[in-house]
Design a protein around this ligand. Structure first.
Ligand SMILES: Cc1cc2nc3c(=O)[nH]c(=O)nc-3n(C[C@H](O)[C@H](O)[C@H](O)COP(=O)(O)OP(=O)(O)OC[C@H]3O[C@@H](n4cnc5c(N)ncnc54)[C@H](O)[C@@H]3O)c2cc1C
Length: 322
């Protein structure tokens, strides 16, 4: 059983169900999300506002930012955050993976993970030592004829930054144009890349609108998941294993609700500790995203137009005002 059908869960469910001897249930709190607002790349900014496909979390008040709360969007739909994200195709730096391996995680060095990145990818530039051309995830250059973007890159070069023509190649740093997870002008999230091609598999059951509430343990073994589905609480049993792919916020939350986590945190919420594990819910690192907008007399902005259309059609409640 795979809980969470986002960037990771969709891939895991797809790959596991390749083996017809294994039956896979994919549990997702959100719906199917068949909407132009997801498929249309230019509409991505809408999802910072639109709650339909977004959990719309808010941070605790942050000392460094005058005790303000910050908006933390996360996808709640098939494809998860890959259905609402900015589609920039960017891997971690090679040193990140090597550091994981140095910490004792065998199989996670950059040399170890690179074949999987290549296997996943259908890069429109073709295959090379860093890229694949035959995978399910389309990665492409998007037409970029904004003079402002060109001027930005030029100015950065003049300021001493190196131009980088491939952020997922030999080095991550530099300035240049990103590639995007876009296929033929359409967002290529994990729903399009990994779920849609295999929905007909008889050994794959996709349960959308199913919010996992708790993982049930028998001793130290996870055996079933309680979920809210169609207004009722149901128990879904796993014959073999339960793989939790609910994302960086909801995975530790689900574990803690299930009694797996740090003693003090669980005790504070009156949850019985079934498996004390200090690291659960700790050490999250995220990056702030600050968009600065300027009005241009030259270039039209598709994100703005899409947002305006969505606002007019009533799909978006209003601008988010932190
Ligand atoms: C607005 C935004 C822009 C971003 N832009 C980029 C970008 O341009 N490039 C980039 O590389 N990364 C970007 N990211 C980050 C990237 O999308 C995420 O790192 C990635 O999608 C995380 O994958 P995941 O599988 O861990 O979680 P998710 O994709 O978030 O999947 C988790 C899934 O679990 C489901 N779920 C959660 N709780 C439960 C529950 N209790 N029961 C059942 N289902 C549950 C969720 O609904 C969701 O579908 C962005 C993220 C956001 C939110």
């Amino acid at each position: 059983m795979v809980v969470g059908a986002g960037s990771s869960g969709a891939v895991v469910a797809n790959r596991l169900s390749e083996d017809s001897a294994i039956s896979v249930a994919l549990i997702e709190a959100g719906g199917e999300g068949r909407s132009a607002l997801i498929d249309m790349p230019g509409a991505f900014g809408v999802h910072a506002l639109l709650k339909r496909y977004n959990w719309g979390f808010e941070s605790e008040r942050c000392r460094g930012t005058a005790y303000r709360r910050h908006f933390c969007p996360r996808g709640k739909v098939l494809g998860g955050s890959s259905s609402i994200n900015g589609m920039v195709y960017i891997r971690g730096d090679a040193s990140d993976y090597d550091h994981w391996a140095q910490l004792g995680n065998r199989g996670w060095s950059y040399t170890d993970v690179l074949p999987y990145f290549r296997r996943a990818e259908a890069n429109s530039r073709g295959a090379d030592e860093f890229h694949g051309a035959d995978g399910p995830l389309s990665v492409s250059d998007v037409p970029n004829d904004y003079q402002a973007a060109e001027a930005f890159v030029e100015a950065a070069k003049q300021a001493g930054h190196r131009e980088n023509l491939d952020f997922n190649g030999a080095r991550l740093n530099g300035v240049g144009a990103y590639q995007f997870t876009v296929r033929d002008g359409q967002r290529c999230g994990t729903r399009l890349a990994y779920i849609d091609p295999v929905v007909a598999r008889r050994n794959l059951t996709i349960l959308s609108h199913s919010h996992a509430l708790k993982i049930n343990l028998a001793g130290r073994r996870a055996v079933s998941v309680d979920a809210r589905r169609g207004g009722a609480r149901v128990t879904i049993r796993a014959r073999r294993e339960i793989i939790v792919c609910c994302g960086a916020f909801a995975t530790p939350q689900l574990l803690m609700l299930s009694g797996i986590g740090p003693h003090d945190e669980l005790a504070a919420h009156g949850i019985e500790v079934l498996h004390g594990l200090r690291g659960v819910g700790r050490n999250l690192i995220d990056h702030p995203d600050v968009a600065v907008g300027y009005r241009s007399r030259r270039a039209a902005c598709c994100t703005y137009s899409a947002m305006r259309r969505a606002t007019l059609s009533g799909e978006v409640g209003g601008w988010h005002n932190p």
